[in-house]
Design a protein around this ligand. Structure first.
Ligand SMILES: Cc1cc2nc3c(=O)[nH]c(=O)nc-3n(C[C@H](O)[C@H](O)[C@H](O)COP(=O)(O)OP(=O)(O)OC[C@H]3O[C@@H](n4cnc5c(N)ncnc54)[C@H](O)[C@@H]3O)c2cc1C
Length: 459
């Protein structure tokens, strides 16, 4: 634990998005006397990265709608010394200083009593011929979103290739379809959505095919090529094909920005993310970390994991901010709960899939059911597929995946709550859930799946 923060001490935070500003705001609220400095190398703070695909699609309106609070709000209302264009290039735990490089080329050394690293993550750019050429994009920051949107707004693209079938690739497929582009999605693995079981991913693949996304799974990209006499991407070579592409979006995963921490001698953990304990404290007691740059504990496996999500970044940031100024809050861990929309399909998961449970050495079984989102008699009811994963013998709930046109996103949270409580499928099947025709059938899909799981588990 960091030592209790002295009166008038200084907290420095690196990174000004979800985790960094949650940490700074929490510290400020708890300790009005402490100097809170946030160093952000970019020009945008506290924006909703999760909304970027919808911004590009034109759903969320102008850019400013994505900014939750601007820099002036933090400076004026929260009395946080927020410095933009300030990149931390060195952390020196022994002298408790960071070195920041400013946009004008000047450098500054800043002392701290406690430091929170909230440096986030960055997209992986595969080292393929042409991956740096104009027209090839990644999507991580607001300027990345601006660049893609401007390219489409300028009429530079009629066709697009998305590389990677994870949730960002799929959200981009939806966004680019909404902009009337001809969309091809390439995935190296046999199925899209590698964090889902293949039988569930196939539902998404059918949705993509039916909405005219050209999907090629099991297809490795080899190179990006420019058109004749141009330096801008025009084709993607993949799996022996040459696919026309006025633009490319690379969505092949992210990596934690943990190099600064590693250079400072901090221990790294899962997937190269910064190792932290439940109080978000790193291997160096005066330094905490939060958000995409650090690992978390998985509540089902009990192991350290790296599942970078905005929900986690906000919660960990709050805890890191509290503990940096002398608190002792604990982060409860993650179940990898996530939800997204792929065109007309809501998809969500929490906990482990059958594939992941097997990798963890758990003896897992599953049931998959299809049930109605509302009472059959009520207009607008549509089917929801629920796959529930449990431990053989004990019936311990391990996870669930759900897909359907409506009613998925909040149902997954019921299962997430049950996972947090360490419930069995029998316990979940006995929960007193609500019912009225506009919202669910009398046997909610979650209850039906849990009841089937009870039967299969022989409980
Ligand atoms: C397209 C997209 C959709 C997403 N959708 C969802 C979703 O629906 N649900 C969900 O839960 N999550 C979603 N996420 C993930 C979510 O956005 C991230 O988990 C979240 O932004 C992480 O916040 P963070 O503060 O840890 O890191 P970041 O948002 O990466 O912020 C880190 C900041 O640190 C700054 N920084 C890094 N190094 C330095 C340095 N040396 N000096 C100074 N500053 C530095 C960076 O410039 C950056 O601004 C999505 C992400 C993307 C890209």
């Amino acid at each position: 634990m960091p030592a209790a923060m002295r009166e008038g001490g200084k907290l420095v935070v690196i990174g000004g998005v979800a985790a960094g500003l949650s940490a700074a705001s929490r510290a400020r609220r708890l300790r009005p006397d402490v100097d809170v400095v946030v160093l952000e190398r970019g020009r945008d703070v506290s924006y909703a990265a999760c909304a970027l695909p919808y911004y590009i699609a034109g759903v969320t309106g102008p850019r400013e709608n994505l900014i939750v609070y601007d820099a002036d709000f933090f400076r004026r209302e929260r009395r946080i010394d927020l410095r933009l264009g300030a990149e931390v290039v060195k952390v020196s735990p022994r002298s408790r200083t960071v070195t920041a490089r400013h946009e004008d080329g000047s450098s500054e050394e800043i002392g701290y009593d406690a430091l929170v690293m909230a440096t986030g993550s960055r997209p992986v750019v595969p080292p393929l011929p042409g991956s740096g050429m104009p027209g090839v994009f990644t999507l991580r920051t607001l300027p990345d979103g601006d660049a893609i949107k401007a390219y489409i707004d300028a009429g530079c693209a009629r066709s697009a290739v998305i590389v990677g079938g994870g949730y960002i690739g799929l959200e981009m497929a939806e966004a680019l379809l909404a902009r009337n582009l001809d969309v091809t999605l390439l995935e190296r693995l046999p199925n899209v959505l590698p964090t889902y079981d293949p039988d569930m991913s196939e539902i998404v693949e059918r949705e993509l095919h039916s909405k005219n996304v050209r999907l090629h799974t099991g297809t490795e990209v080899e190179a990006f090529e420019a058109g004749d006499g141009s330096d801008t991407v025009a084709y993607v070579r993949a799996g022996g094909r040459r696919i026309a592409a006025d633009m490319v979006v690379l969505a092949v995963g992210v990596r934690p920005n943990s190099e600064l921490a590693a250079d400072a001698g901090l221990e790294l953990g899962a997937a190269g993310a910064i190792r932290v304990d439940a109080r978000q404290v790193t291997s160096e007691p005066s330094i905490l970390a939060a958000g995409d740059c650090c690992e978390s504990q998985h509540i089902v496996t009990g192991r350290k994991t790296w599942i970078p999500l905005g929900t986690t970044a906000n919660k960990q940031g709050k805890i890191a901010g509290e503990n940096a100024v002398g608190g002792s809050a604990r982060f409860a861990g993650v179940a990898g709960t996530n939800v997204t929309k792929v065109i007309d399909l809501e998809i969500a998961q929490t906990g482990l899939t059958v594939t992941q449970a097997a990798k963890e050495g758990l003896k897992a079984d599953s049931v998959a059911i299809t049930a109605s989102s509302k009472a059959h008699s009520y207009p607008g009811a549509s089917p929801i597929r629920v796959k529930m994963v449990f431990e053989k013998g004990t019936g311990r709930l391990l996870g669930a995946q759900m897909m359907g046109e409506e009613g998925v996103s909040k149902r997954i949270d019921t299962v997430a709550a049950a996972l947090s409580a360490g419930m069995t499928v029998a316990g979940l099947a006995a929960v007193d859930m609500s019912y009225a025709p506009p919202f669910s059938p009398v046997w909610d899909p979650v209850l039906i799946a849990a009841t089937q799981a009870v039967k299969k588990a022989g409980l």
